[in-house]
Every structure is written in C-alpha cells, then in structure tokens.
Ligand binder design. Structure first.
Ligand code: FEO
Ligand code: CA
Ligand code: CA
Ligand code: CA
Length: 595
C-alpha cells in the first residue's frame, strides 16, 4: 500500500543500546525529566495533598492526585486555539492500579476504603504544564487541574444511550454512568477534545452465576467471569457484581470524550463508536471534513474498527462539533489474502444484522459490537493496539498488532495473510491505504510494515525482519508531523528479558523512517515498566512520554523494603515505591525531536 513517494527522512540522533538499568535513557544531546508521577497533586486550588511514600494517602486525597499507571496522553496548547509550545494542558490516562503499591499493607486486608481509593486512582488527570528556564514544570494550582476517575459522573450518548441494556436500578434512564476505568490509549479530536478509551473493563466485574446458567454475551464474548482480574471491587461495591447489576458492565467499554479546556464539563461516553476493549482512536479528516477514527480492540483474535462521523467537522465553530461523535457509521476491517481489504458496515439491518440474528436495533448492536463483527466475518487479528495516520501522505494508517501466542494453537485460528506467524510472540505492524486515499472509503490496500523479533532467538520464526534496532510487542504508535513513526513496546513482565526475549532488556521506544524501514532505538525505560503515551508540543521541540508500572511483576517485589524489589524509579536511591509517571524529553540545543 505505497503512498506518495517521499524523499527519505534522516533521523538525527545516535541509537542507544538495549538496557537493563533502572533509569530512563535517551540519546546523547537529549534529556529526560520527570514532570508528574502517581500521587503528585494535580493542582486543584486548596486541595494539593502531598504524596506519601508509604501509600497512606486516603481515597479523598487520591482524588486530587495523579492516578496510577499512566498510559495514553495528549498535549493541548494554552490558550485554546493557539499553537503554543511552552504552555498547555496534558490529559493523561491512568489505566489500572497495582493495589499492592496503592495501600500501605497492599491487599493484606481488604476494605471499602481501599476499593474507593483504587477507583479514585483510575481514570484521567488533566494537569497544566509550562516551560521556563528550568525546563517544564506543573502549574500549581491550576484552574484547569482535574481528576476524572471511576467515581466521576459521566453521560452516555449516541444510539445506545437510554437503551434497555444500559438501564440499571441506580440509573433507570440508561444515560448517566458513574465513572470510567481501564483507560488505556487515547485519541483527540480536531476540535480540541480528548478521547480516553476503556480497555479491559471486564476484569472489574464478577458474575458469580456464570457457571450456573446459560452464559450471556458479556461472558461469552467479552470475558466477564465468575471471578474478576484481582481488583476485588465487587466485595465492597455491588455495582461491580454483575449478578446483582447485570447491565452495569454494558456501561463500560466505550470511548469517552473529555473537554480539557472546561474542567466542569461532564465526560461523555460515545456509544456510536462501538463497545469493545478499546485501545486508542486515531483521527483522519476526509476531504469533505468528516472525521474517521481508527480503533483497535486489544485481545487475541479481535478486530480493527473505523468510525466515520455523519457530519463534517466545523473548524470555525467549536460548539458545532459538540455531538459530532454521536452520529456516524461504524465499520470493521476484513483483510483479504490478495492485499485488498474491506470495511464492513455495522449498521442495523445490513449484512444480516437483524433481530433474527440477535440485534433488535442499533443500540443493541453497539452494546454487542464484537458479536456484530463476528457476524459479518471480519478478520481476527493479533491483538490490535494503537493506530496512527501518516501525515506525509495524508492517509496511510498504521496499527500495532502486539503479539498472539495462541495463533495457530489447536482449536484457534491459524496464520493468515495479515497475521502470518503462528505463535506470534513478537508482534508486527500493519498498514493500509484507503481507496482514493479517502478516510471515508469502504475498501483499502494493505501490507505488513515489519515483523518484530529478536535476531538472536533460537527459532527462525521469532527473528523478525527489522532493519535496525530490535524490539518486540509494539504497542504505542504515533507518527509525528515530520513523518517519523514512533514505536513503544509493552513486553509483558512474564517474558521481559526472558525466554525468547532474552538479552532484549527493558521496554523501549524507537523511531522508524517508513520510506526506508530503518528502526533506531531512542529511549529505554526503567526495570519492569512499559513505555506508553506520546505527546508532542506543536513545535515538536518537546516530547512527553509515560513510564507505566515500573517495578512490575508483582507488588511484593515492588515493596522497596523487599530485597527482591527491582525498581524504585523515579525516586532512585532515596527509596520509595516505584511510581508510574510522565517524563518530558527535550534536546540540549532546543531542536526538533528525532531530526
Ligand atoms: Fe492497555 Fe492494549 O494496552
Ligand atoms: Ca497499550
Ligand atoms: Ca499492551
Ligand atoms: Ca499497560
């Protein structure tokens, strides 16, 4: 799927080595500084509690502090509409909690107060940041500072809002839901709002009845089980007991729109964009100014989706875009073996998406998006994570397929053209170009950009075909405006630097020049972390990156008093619990990042 031919881009930094050190390392001539970590006050006036290293901040304090496990992120210039590159807002996702670190004695005792603190540590932070002679600092206090958590009232909008499947005893209207959670990757809109995407929401719910009755669609197709993923919320918050509240899970799994410039605005769950385990949502603007959002559903054998707004975006009147995400068409991708592809429309009444097949109306179809995608025969992918649009040719879309160890296993789908490796431990990156280079098209041409791998792996199939620095499990992915493709890795802690990943060290961030396929390592993170979140200032002289879950794999080892602790980043020799955080990267000469 070649786009326009472009002159090769020259990367302007020297590659760094693989690393096992407990630090953030960047190339010579660059520096990385911490701007914000879990527990730092976000800057609400009169409510700026200091972080306590022993984890003893209360739930109420946590509601005024940055949450845990920073993930997707975006920079919004201040004032709104400006191209300011020295002052702005950072909207930062807090994906999930490590309760072993969150409370002084971890999960040894389990109380309602701990559940409330965990809920308070999820969601999104909006912080104000400004550059001065000492670099970037948080502005404290800030009138924009805000925490959105699993305790924040949100609105449900779009075709599924008010549907019987979204109604609960607490909310008979089916339009008001408390909170957001598992906010993984993100997106943004051309009208200056932030999109936070609810990923592994199923892991917070418990349906004790799953093994006793015919299973519902949330059990069969979304992984709601008789036990949760270890969060233990249902023990103290009945909202997360799906037997008592069978529709509560249906109120999660959406893309949530937040206006960072209006701290009193209510977050809105946009049901028209479908319900799955949302990773991110990358926008492309069509010639007629309708907006297309490309979205991955991150689980093994799940799909890639596209949502196209019904109406064009209005660049002159911000308010006119307020509900643009409520009306439009949702599609799911089918990748054919001959390099062509189709966007299959998920609209009630089309392709057999009818009442006889389990979809009484568009609202039900959206709540059951995965089932609708199954019905139309979409292509089962190797865990779609981030998507990004190449600004140079205005249309090529790239997506990370992070890995899939179950591809080709007995009873599971085997390799196909778009997911060519069985036991795909290292993942790959795929790209497509829409017909006519138009984001609203219903067909495309695709090819595979790179198969990730370890050139020292024992088996040929794990070596990959990277031209340059090796990596595996690509996750975060973003083109900058100069056409550099930034790749971030999330090798799980069960394999990090072990087994087939031996010798590959900590998670990392790399730059690729798509014209040549060259890959160069730009950053390595501390031990046990994932690298995620990419935000540039408009001038591209500042880059913000998130360090998530330093010190994983488990809470006991995260306790700095434990000799087995593998990380105390960012507080180093001073000790203290490892903390997820945002680092800001600049060049000593003030130049553009990457070039
Ligand atoms: Fe939360 Fe798919 O990464
Ligand atoms: Ca991710
Ligand atoms: Ca991941
Ligand atoms: Ca993560």
């Amino acid at each position: 799927a070649a786009g326009k031919t472009l002159k090769p881009l020259a990367l302007g930094f020297s590659a760094i080595s693989l690393s096992e050190s407990d630090t953030v390392t960047v190339p010579a001539g660059y520096r990385a500084q911490l701007v914000n970590a879990w527990g730092d006050a976000v800057g609400i006036a009169g409510n700026m509690p200091a972080f306590r290293q022993d984890g003893s901040n209360s739930a109420e304090e946590q509601l005024a502090q940055s949450g845990m496990h920073h993930d997707g992120m975006h920079f919004f210039p201040l004032p709104y509409g400006s191209q300011s590159s020295n002052h702005g807002l950072l909207a930062i996702n807090h994906e999930y909690t490590d309760d072993g670190l969150l409370h002084p004695d971890g999960m040894k005792t389990w109380t309602a107060a701990k559940v409330r603190k965990a809920q308070a540590a999820h969601g999104v932070s909006v912080i104000e940041v400004k550059k001065n002679d000492n670099g970037w600092q948080q502005v404290l206090p800030s009138k924009y500072a805000r925490r959105i958590s699993t305790l924040t009232p949100c609105r449900l909008s779009g075709p599924a809002a008010g549907h019987a499947l979204l109604q609960t005893a607490d909310d008979p209207s089916g339009r008001e839901v408390v909170g957001t959670l598992n906010n993984c990757a993100n997106g943004w809109t051309p009208w200056g709002t932030y999109l936070t995407c609810e990923e592994n929401w199923n892991g917070y719910f418990v349906d004790w009845s799953n093994n006793m009755k015919p299973q519902g669609f949330n059990a069969k197709r979304y992984g709601v089980k008789e036990s949760d993923a270890g969060y233990r919320w249902a023990e103290h918050d009945p909202r997360f007991d799906a037997q008592l509240n069978p529709n509560e899970p249906n109120r999660f799994g959406w893309v949530v729109e937040i206006d960072p410039y209006h701290p009193d605005s209510k977050p809105v769950k946009r049901t028209a964009m479908g319900r799955f385990k949302h990773e991110g949502a990358a926008v492309a603007i069509a010639p007629d100014r309708r907006c297309a959002f490309y979205m991955g559903d991150d689980e093994r054998f799940e799909y890639i989706y596209k949502f196209v707004t019904a109406r064009p975006y209005n660049a002159k009147d911000r308010k006119a875009n307020a509900n643009l995400l409520d009306e439009g068409t949702l599609y799911v991708a089918k990748f054919n073996a001959d390099g062509s592809g189709e966007w299959l429309e998920l609209t009630h009444g089309k392709h057999g998406l009818t009442a006889e097949n389990g979809f009484r109306d568009q609202g039900e179809l959206l709540v059951k998006t995965r089932l609708a995608a199954d019905h139309v025969g979409a292509t089962k992918m190797d865990r779609p994570e981030w998507t990004t649009v190449n600004p140079h040719n205005q249309g090529e879309i790239y997506c990370t397929l992070t890995n899939n160890s179950e591809r080709g296993k007995e009873g599971k789908p085997g390799p196909d053209a778009a997911n060519p490796r069985a036991n795909n431990l290292f993942g790959h990156i795929i790209r497509w170009l829409e017909a006519g280079n138009n984001p609203t098209a219903t067909s495309f041409q695709w090819n595979i950009v790179v198969l990730a791998g370890n050139d020292k792996a024992a088996k040929e199939e794990h070596k990959g075909n990277i031209k340059g620095d090796i990596f595996g499990s690509p996750d975060g992915l973003m083109f900058d405006r100069n056409g550099i493709l930034w790749i971030q890795t999330d090798v799980s802690t069960s394999t990090l630097n072990k087994k087939e990943y031996s010798g590959m060290g900590n998670n990392q961030m790399l730059a690729m020049t798509p014209q040549t396929g060259e890959v160069r390592r730009f950053l390595t993170g501390p031990r046990g972390c994932e690298i995620t979140g990419i935000a540039f200032t408009p001038d591209h002289r500042t880059l913000f990156v998130n360090i998530q879950h330093p010190g994983e794999p488990d809470s006991e080892r995260n306790d700095p008093a434990n000799p087995k602790a593998i990380s105390s980043w960012p507080n180093g020799a001073l000790g203290g619990r490892p903390r997820s955080g945002t680092v800001v990267i600049t060049r000593d000469d003030g130049g553009v990042i990457g070039l």
